[in-house]
Design a protein around this ligand. Structure first.
Ligand code: DC
Length: 223
């Protein structure tokens, strides 16, 4: 069973995807973590973010391992645990340079499909999961929320992780990313067959319940 959850940053999709996977007892694939790990590798190697060729070569050579347990995601980069390091604001910003490069997307799309084949059942979360990576998924969701709410969620996440965060900077960053999404290379695509959920006024518990309702309607899962 493959369930995809796509949507913009702060739409609540990561937490919802993780909780849905845990409830169903299946793996959770955080595809953003893969783009983030490449961005971190590039930063560590002092590569200029506009140097596409070098970024592609980092993507081809770095070794990223994802532990897709339903209750946690551990990410290792060249054998070092980078689960926390990939969540910093610096990596946030660098990742959009990585994510817009077609060749890097192709490499990661292949990796994600291989993980899907290997695990068989998973909740896969990102921007292009229902549209590009798993077009034949059993169930597809698209989560969205008002930008003010998304910025506040991102701010609270960073503060909870002990990062210094500015709501204004996060809002600027989100506006930039939403603007980028309108370009042709944008990874954020809403699959036609996806169930759209606006999470602005919803708690995470309500979002997960709504997802589970659709899972049950389809006769998927045990709960
Ligand atoms: O979901 P996230 O914030 O961890 O994603 C990090 C970055 O990676 C963000 O800039 C969007 C990008 N991304 C992508 O382009 N395609 C995906 N499947 C997942 C994330």
């Amino acid at each position: 069973m493959i369930i995809t959850i796509d949507g913009p940053a702060g739409s609540g999709k990561s937490t919802a995807a993780r909780k849905l996977a845990a409830t169903l007892g299946i793996a959770y694939l955080d595809t953003g973590a893969m783009y983030r790990a490449i961005a971190l590798a590039a930063l560590q190697q002092g590569i200029l973010l506009k140097d596409n060729d070098s970024l592609i070569s980092v993507a081809k050579t770095c070794d990223i391992e994802l532990d897709c347990g339903p209750t946690h995601t551990r990410v290792t980069l060249n054998s070092a645990d980078v689960s926390e390091a990939i969540r910093s604001m610096a990596v946030n910003q660098a990742t959009s340079f990585v994510a817009r490069i077609h060749e890097i997307r192709q490499i990661l799309v292949e990796k994600q499909r291989a993980i899907g084949r290997h695990l068989d059942s998973l909740v896969s979360e990102g921007r292009d999961q229902g549209s590009v990576v798993f077009p034949d998924a059993d169930l597809k969701f698209f989560l969205d929320a008002a930008i003010e709410k998304r910025a506040m969620r991102r701010y609270q996440e960073l503060v909870a992780d002990g990062e210094e965060a500015s709501y204004e900077l996060i809002m600027e960053n989100l506006q930039q990313r939403d603007g980028n999404d309108q370009h042709q290379w944008a990874p954020l695509l809403e699959p036609e067959s996806a169930i759209r959920i606006d999470t602005t006024q919803m708690t995470i518990h309500e979002v997960v319940e709504r997802l589970l309702e659709e899972v049950r309607k389809k006769g998927l899962g045990r709960s």
